[in-house]
Design a binder for this molecule. Structure first.
Ligand SMILES: *Cc1c(COP(=O)(O)O)cnc(C)c1O
Length: 376
């Protein structure tokens, strides 16, 4: 028998989450809005082809990797594909043309590459402005010049539609900063026609003026994490946002033992039994993608009951306190996160990280299965 660990991806949950986002936008966005479902990093660890099916009702997909974009086209995705970092070298451009990809254009060298290119057909592009993330995009003072260059490239038949985008640094925790970024965006792009795109999950799920940019052309929002059923906010659970977990990581107890008071448990004996206790060993460790920094107390569900991790996570195993489930034996089911267990956000919080990182980090050695869409 293979090791009992596995990861299950629920396409119905992903489809539900997209519908939940649309539903909320229908109430909160005052202008027409389209959705680029963000599927970078192998769809946050859920699988590109799975995401393509689950997000069939999205208006477009957004990602980074040229190979993944080509795979989506070859698997039949016909709607727009936004490439969040754009092209990296001139040799990428023919693929952009062949597959109809929309680059984010964020620095002058990318415009130079376009200018030097013998374009077989014009590309749509999103011209990116840095409004305070200080990561990617033209500075506000350089934006008008970049936009003017993009207009010239339109006349030269190398670009067709040119939109405007930026990215928020603190939409999850500080709306004052977010408003300031929005003001910079509006100032720097004033009088420049084209579709706007500014919202990640946190901004998409927060009513506010960042949802009112579709007055001339529909705006595009770019939700990622929420589509996978995790929360972008530290203080709001995914469930309270009507999101369903798309990924469930399960395993089993492979051993149960009594430990006497005063005995240390696991590497470094960082946990010492305060009293006689029963503990179970779970076939899941950091080589499976479980965070090694998850401390004693991190929630783990055993046989349907909330339990806690004790001691250090090892490469292939972790140990749980079985006090809440007296009598369970080896073979009992364990949910590390997802449906029927703690949320990935709760585990992440305990481990000092965010759900995004855990979802992306599940190791290739963990066998995968999926819950298909009805009728698929
Ligand atoms: C990752 C990313 C998103 C999606 O962010 P979430 O927080 O997962 O919603 C949107 N836009 C850009 C530019 C990104 O890099």
């Amino acid at each position: 028998m293979p090791r009992p660990i596995s990861v299950t991806v629920s396409l119905p949950a992903m489809r539900h989450n997209l519908a939940a986002v649309k539903n909320q936008l229908s109430r909160t966005a005052s202008t027409p809005t389209r959705i680029w479902a963000v599927i970078k990093a192998n769809a946050y660890g859920h699988g590109i082809t799975q995401a393509m099916q689950a997000f069939a009702e999205a208006d477009g997909l957004a990602m980074l990797d040229l190979d993944e974009a080509v795979r989506c086209r070859e698997a039949g995705w016909r709607k727009p594909i936004l490439m969040l970092e754009g092209y990296f070298e001139p040799a990428d451009l023919p693929l952009y043309a062949e597959y109809g990809l929309v680059p984010a254009v964020h620095h002058g060298e990318q415009l130079d590459m376009l200018q030097a290119w013998q374009a077989p057909r014009a590309l749509d592009a999103m011209l990116k402005l840095d409004t305070g993330m200080n990561r990617l995009g033209f500075q506000p003072d350089d934006y008008a010049r970049a936009y003017e260059r993009a207009r010239q490239l339109q006349h030269a038949g190398k670009l067709s539609a040119v939109g405007k985008m930026t990215h928020f640094a603190r939409a999850d925790d500080d709306l004052t900063t977010t408003l300031e970024q929005l003001r910079r965006f509006e100032r720097a792009t004033a009088g420049m026609p084209g579709a706007a795109s500014v919202c990640n999950s946190a901004a998409t799920l927060t009513p506010g003026p960042w949802l009112d940019l579709g007055r001339q052309e529909p705006q595009w929002v770019r939700p990622g994490i929420c589509l996978y059923g995790a929360s972008p906010f530290a203080a709001r659970s995914a469930a309270s946002l009507d999101l369903q977990p798309a990924m469930t990581l399960t395993s089993s107890l492979i051993s149960v033992r009594r430990v006497r008071a005063g005995e240390g448990i696991g590497y470094g004996h960082v946990f010492v039994a305060p009293h006689d206790m029963t503990v179970g060993t779970v076939a899941c460790g950091y080589a499976d993608g479980y965070p090694r920094h998850a401390p004693t107390g991190t929630p783990v569900t055993v046989a349907g009951r909330p339990c806690r991790l004790v001691g250090r996570v090892s490469m292939d195993m972790l140990i749980v306190d079985l006090a809440p489930v007296p009598g369970v034996a080896a073979g009992a089911p364990v949910v590390l996160w997802g449906e029927g267990g703690p949320s990935v956000d709760e585990v992440a919080r305990a481990a000092g990280t965010i759900g995004y990182e855990l979802l992306c980090a599940v190791a290739p050695r963990v066998p995968r299965s999926m819950t298909s869409l009805p009728g698929a």
